[in-house]
Design a protein around this ligand. Sequence first.
Ligand code: 5GP
Ligand code: MN
Length: 330
Amino acid sequence: MIPEVIVTHIKDASHVVLATHVHPDGDALGSLFGLGNILEGQGKKVFRYLHDPVSHLYDFLPAKSDISSDLDAALQFVEQAANQGGHVVAIALDCGDAERLGTAKDTLLTISPFIVIDHHRGHRDFGDQLWLESSCSSTGEMVYELALVLEAEVSRSAAFCLYVAIVTDTGFFRYESTSPRTLRIAADLVEIGVRPDEVSNKIYDNYTLARLRLMEMVLATLAVVGDGKIGVICVSEDMIARSGANSDDVEGFIDFPRSLQSVQVAVFIKETEKGVISVSLRAKGAVNVAAIAAGFNGGGHINAAGFRFSGKSIEEVKALVLDAVNGALA
Ligand code: 5GP
Ligand code: MN
């Protein structure tokens, strides 16, 4: 159920600032572009703030030209709205933790009311009005529910974005977060005109050779430990440089260790920028990886979570993480 106060704020808004988490994935981008399109369809002015550039893997999403990482411009947009006697709201989408807004956090949070729409299980509260739905497969699903409540028209372009959000967060309806409601919403989106084959082609049949070369190197790092229950892969900055790929290209690689029959927890250790190591965890069984991630100050869902380290080597991080995962499996 969407809190009434959120519906009222959004209905009353003349200007909306949309934001999402750093290194935005398909759900983050699809929700943001989808909601942006829906709100513009209602005659509202929308500022799409993105901390990071759109990964080339999502180049195909519409609305790329309308995004901005200029915080001053976002504040000007807010000021302009106030000067025109308008009502401004900010909405953070798919962001389970204020820190994940990146360096823009403090500035964005000065916008009031600040609404949060999120489906992360380990969500850490921030903002003024929260709509949290950990049973929803994706933020894209929540945005569609919001559009229904707003009685807003969902254009084909918005439907396409929301469909991308849902399929990327559910692994094309494979993960346990996929509910009957998820599939009904997907059916609605297809009825509006989304072509599932087109989305699948854009996501799976669109790789660069460099990405496949990187995949080869990363797969060569596969280690299976803990009686076969843990599969670990790593990527270093050097592999990325040698392959000619870029750091966005590792998205989805964690599906390889995850796909091993015996594996219950898959771990992907990523050195994608100097001095920073990010870790992705995926679970198939009894272990709650969000709890493991929380132990490292990260977050996520029962079956998909992550966290970051600064100032440690890949090997050091690997030892720490394997210790924690082994402990959780014991
Ligand atoms: P991924 O492994 O795809 O980067 O992330 C999996 C899930 O964990 C996502 O839901 C994402 O929001 C969450 N996650 C990944 N990294 C972090 C992090 O550094 N902090 C928090 N709080 N959540 C994270
Ligand atoms: Mn999501």
